[in-house]
Structure formats: structure tokens, C-alpha cells
Ligand binder design. Structure first.
Ligand code: TNX
Length: 569
């Protein structure tokens, strides 16, 4: 039973100290085993994103055993990380891994999560120490503990990703890691407007982000093909505007409860949701729901194609600003994070001062709601607003308007389409995706420097990196995963790891071991030919898997590399 559910009396009954004889027996068994024991299969440095500092100690491997416990203090957010770790490790190990109190005398072995007063680690950094006697993860806050947990997960054998028990030697390589992120904002975007993705799919994407220490999920909630979020003051946005998507699918929308579930699930993983209401263009679905928002003479009709730039809300009508204010207020009210993304891209029909005037009014509305505005970099010419963030998606990094906005105080979020757009094809024969920004193989997603990418923009003005997935051609969760993996980990590494660790050959070598993990976790991925993926062997030979609980490994892309069918679990 988790500590959080134990009564004080139950806790009192916990033995204060394991019997000394058991400690001795365990030590003797370990000493005998060590003489024969193979080293941990994963090397300490084989982590993605690459940690800041790694000090291996091959003589200090730790073996996770059935009697291991997870120890943590009473701080609720730290306790939640401990429960999360237990939930990650229990299915494959089959071990109970109870979560217990650090304040008690330490039983031998186990994993300790410690909130430490260490300002060198920052809010997201952590220190991981692996010794034969146990694993210790220390951090200044729960986000750092969680990142340490994700590192520990990667240090265990790949079979740890199995959702059913497997017999394995759960060895963790000895030594220590000290780690913290290069950029504060590390994210991915999912376009739920061109194709709608249900809550469960989004939660799974959040898990993928968490694995690679990303801390922001940007949801592109509205576009020409669909409006995906319920707004009480303008109900037809969702009920009418949410119907349909690219092609002939039904579309859909999130209720407020759905959205809040996504936000809460993300928050448990220290991931901030960034909602985008794309304005003033990309608004056909809103216009279908409320034709009064369209400029005179335009009669909107539902759109299921993939062109951009034709629609806009009328910037000359006061009704438009009622709409913007109402929608942003409702979205802000259910979004705990600091950001509101107002789009601003490809509004080809709203030009010059009509465009900047609209953006400046929208920025004032966002500020009035206590949020910080984010927009695609086309909104650069508008006046500065406090904290304003431009999301750079250009392919020509020499962009005077963006550099000028940065000089006026804006910060930059880097999503260069020719490196970071996850909807670009990997190769000419990739069955889904675009190629307007070029083909993006794994190396292209990895080989650029976010701190020095845009001309005249210093690293200090770079808030971070985001990998957007537009979904005109992406219709299902396996297709989402196929476009994310393996490029998302590459972009996560650019966002997290110090530049000094940047090394293509070492990166692809480290990443190779993740293939079997993804297979064991049922994640569809592109077998980039740039990586020597090991044969998938998540379950060691001779392993006993309980009857009736077959490993749920989905079909993987075959030789023709087509995205696989849906994972069965
Ligand atoms: C451009 S980049 C768009 C999206 C498309 C995407 C397809 C940007 C801000 N807008 O509307 O979905 O290209 O790659």
C-alpha cells in the first residue's frame, strides 16, 4: 500500500530496522553474486538527453531486488514522484516496491528520492548516485526528482518497459550523474485541429514527452478544419466548429473536463500545457460556427482540405474582440500555466496595420488575463508586450523582423521548420508527412544549435526549443509516434543537454538502445537507417511470462517502413 494511504498506526507498525542477519545474508549473497555477475547492460552515459556530467564506477553497480523499497520524505509532490517511479517499475519487475518514509532508519538497498537544498541544480536539475547499497536521486524540487527518475528508468535494462512481469537481472550501472537543462522551455506541439486526437492519445503523448524531460505541451486547438475546445460563452464553436477534420473523419472536441484532465495529467509530470487559439487567420471553423465573425460578404463553409491562409476573423468588427476576449478568458481560466498562444501565422488576408492592430489588441487581452503571450514569429512587427515570446518556424534564419522584436524585448522559442517540424518526411518514401521545409532525417533534426540559430539573436534571448507536429497527414496515434520517434529525442537533447555534449556519432550510439525500449513499450517508431538499432529482444531467452498475459508488442514498421497499426494496449 502506498505510504499516502497508510494510517499513522500502520506506519508505526513498520519495523524500525530490518534484522541484522538478513542484512548480512543479503550482503554475502551479493558478494558471491558479484564474482559472477555480468556488468549492468546499460552504460551510465547511455542516457538521452545526454546528462551534463557522468562519472561511471563499474565497481558500483546496483541490483534492484524483490525486497527493494522506494524511500521519500513527506512532501506531497515528492511523494507523487515516488509513486510514479513505483508505477513505472512495478509492471516489468513484478516487485511490490513499496513507497516508505525516508525519515525511518534506512533498510538496505532501495531507491531514495531526496529533496535537497542545492541551488547549483536549479529547479529541474538532479543528482543521481548509484552504489551497490542503493540508488539516491537528489533534487531541489519535484521536477528535478522526476527527471532523475526518467534517467534511472533508462539505466535499467530495456525490458523495464514491458507491461507484464519478465525475469531479468535488474542491474543499474554504478557511478553518479549531475544534470540540469540548458533551456527552460522544452516542448512539443500536437495539432489536434487538422485531425482530432482523443484524451487518451494526448495522455500517451505526454508520457512520451516526460521520458525525454520535455516540460511543455503546446496544443494547437483551433484551425480552419476544426475548433477543438468547449467555450461556454460561444458554445457553437465546439458543437458546430468541432465537427469534421481533414479528410472525412468525424473530428471532435474536448469538453472542459477533458481539457482539465489533460492539464492535470501533464502537471503530475511537471509538464505545462500551452493552449493555442490561432488568430486572426486559421479561423474557418469558428466562422462556420459564428458567421457574424466573418467580414461582410463572406459565407463560410466547412473545410476539410489542407490549404492555409484563406480565412480570418474581421479585424474591423468590435464583435471580433468580444469573441477573442471571451474565448481567451475561458481558456486562461482552466490553464494553470503562464502562457497563452494566439497564433498569428499565415493571416495572409489581414495585412499591415490591420494585422498589427489586431495582434496588439489581442496581446492586451492576454496581459489583462495575467498570462504571457506566445505567437508564431509572423507577429514580430506588432508592438512589444511584457514577456512576449515569438515561436520561430522559419527556414531562413536571417529574419530582420524577428531580430528586431528580440531587440525590443521578445524572447524566442525555436521551431525551425527545416529541423524541428515533425510533420516533415524523413525520406522521399516516408508514407506520410510534408516536404515543403525539406526532408528531416534524424541527423537533420539533431544538427543545429538553438542558442545560435537565428541571426542577431543571442542565446540569452532563447527561451527554448519546441518540436511541432502538424497533422494534415497524421491520422492516428501510431502515426503520431512514427513521426515523433526517433526525432523527438534528438530535439529534446538539443533543448536539455549542454552544447559540450553535442556529438552526432555518440548521440546515435546512445539512442540505438532506445529502440528495444520503444518496442517493449508498444511505441511505433521509424527505423532510421542512420542508427544501428539492436535486434529487439525486450524479453530475455528463457523468460517465464505468466500465462494469459502475453507481451503486448504491436507490429513494427516492416521493411517498407509503413506506420504500424494501433498498439494493442
Ligand atoms: C505551416 S508553420 C503552418 C501550419 C501547417 C504547417 C504544415 C505555421 C505556423 N503554420 O498551418 O500545418 O505549415 O507543415
Amino acid at each position: 500500500m502506498p505510504l499516502s494511504q497508510q494510517s499513522a498506526a500502520d506506519q508505526e507498525r513498520l519495523p524500525l530496522r530490518e534484522p541484522a542477519a538478513a542484512d548480512l545474508a543479503r550482503a554475502a549473497a551479493r558478494a558471491a553474486g558479484d564474482l559472477l555477475a555480468p556488468p549492468a547492460p546499460v552504460r551510465l552515459g547511455d542516457v538521452v538527453p545526454a546528462p551534463e556530467q557522468v562519472h561511471p564506477d563499474p565497481a558500483a553497480d546496483y541490483l534492484l531486488t524483490p525486497d527493494a523499497v522506494i524511500r521519500v520524505g513527506t512532501e506531497p509532490a515528492a511523494l507523487a514522484v515516488a509513486e510514479h517511479l513505483a508505477a513505472l517499475l512495478r509492471p516489468a519487475t513484478g516487485y511490490p516496491l513499496p513507497v516508505t518514509d525516508t525519515a525511518r532508519p534506512e533498510p538496505a538497498g532501495g531507491i531514495a528520492l531526496v529533496l535537497a537544498d542545492d541551488d547549483t541544480l536549479g529547479p529541474e536539475g538532479y543528482r543521481l548516485d548509484v552504489a551497490p547499497t542503493g540508488v539516491r536521486i537528489a533534487a531541489a524540487g519535484p521536477a528535478g526528482l522526476l527527471h532523475g527518475v526518467q534517467t534511472l528508468r533508462q539505466l535499467l535494462p530495456a525490458a523495464i518497459e514491458s507491461r507484464t512481469p519478465v525475469t531479468e537481472r535488474w542491474a543499474v550501472p554504478g557511478g553518479s550523474i549531475t544534470d540540469r537543462p540548458r533551456f527552460a522551455y522544452r516542448g512539443a506541439m500536437l495539432d489536434v485541429a487538422r485531425h482530432f486526437f482523443g484524451v487518451e492519445d494526448v495522455l500517451r503523448v505526454i508520457d512520451h514527452l516526460s521520458r525525454y524531460k520535455l516540460n511543455h505541451l503546446h496544443l494547437h486547438l483551433t484551425d480552419d478544419q476544426g475548433w477543438r475546445i468547449a467555450v461556454d460563452s460561444w458554445p457553437r464553436l465546439a458543437t458546430v466548429g468541432g465537427v469534421g477534420e481533414v479528410g472525412d473523419g468525424p473530428g471532435g472536441h474536448y469538453t472542459k473536463a477533458d481539457y482539465q484532465r489533460i492539464v492535470a495529467y501533464a502537471a503530475e509530470r511537471h509538464i505545462t500545457v500551452v493552449p493555442e487559439i490561432d488568430l486572426p487567420g486559421h479561423t474557418n471553423a469558428a466562422l462556420v460556427a459564428y458567421p457574424e465573425l466573418a467580414a461582410a460578404g463572406i459565407v463560410p463553409t466547412p473545410y476539410t482540405g489542407t490549404e492555409v491562409g484563406f480565412s480570418y476573423v474581421d479585424p474591423a468588427s468590435e464583435r471580433t474582440y468580444d469573441f477573442v476576449a471571451d474565448v481567451l478568458a475561458e481558456v486562461a481560466a482552466m490553464t494553470p500555466g503562464p502562457w497563452l498562444h494566439i497564433g498569428g501565422d499565415e493571416a495572409f488576408k489581414v495585412k499591415g496595420e490591420a494585422y498589427t492592430g489586431f495582434v496588439e489588441r489581442a496581446q492586451r487581452i492576454v496581459a489583462g488575463l495575467g498570462k504571457t503571450v506566445v505567437g508564431w514569429h509572423q507577429f514580430a512587427p506588432a508592438g512589444h508586450a511584457d514577456g512576449r515570446v515569438l515561436q520561430w518556424w522559419g527556414t531562413d534564419a536571417d529574419d530582420p523582423a524577428t531580430a528586431d522584436a528580440v531587440r525590443r524585448g521578445a524572447r524566442l522559442l525555436l521551431s525551425p521548420a527545416n529541423h524541428a517540424y515533425l510533420d516533415m518526411k524523413y525520406a522521399p518514401d516516408t508514407p506520410i508527412g510534408h516536404d515543403w521545409a525539406g526532408l528531416i532525417d534524424l541527423r537533420r533534426s539533431y544538427e543545429w544549435n538553438p542558442g545560435a540559430h537565428v541571426t542577431s539573436v543571442p542565446e540569452a534571448a532563447v527561451l527554448g526549443v519546441e518540436a511541432p507536429l502538424w497533422t494534415e497527414s497524421v491520422t492516428s496515434l501510431p502515426e503520431v509516434e512514427f513521426m515523433l520517434f526517433p526525432r523527438l529525442p534528438a530535439l529534446a537533447e538539443l533543448a536539455w543537454s549542454p552544447r559540450t555534449t553535442h556529438d552526432w556519432d555518440r548521440f546515435r550510439d546512445r539512442l540505438a538502445g532506445h529502440g528495444p525500449r520503444w518496442t517493449a513499450a508498444g511505441i511505433t517508431f521509424h527505423r532510421s537507417p542512420e542508427v544501428s538499432w539492436p535486434a529487439d529482444a525486450p524479453v530475455p531467452a528463457g523468460t517465464a511470462v505468466p500465462a494469459g498475459t502475453p507481451l503486448a508488442i504491436p507490429a513494427q514498421p516492416g521493411p517498407d517502413d509503413a506506420p504500424a497499426t494501433a498498439p494493442s494496449a
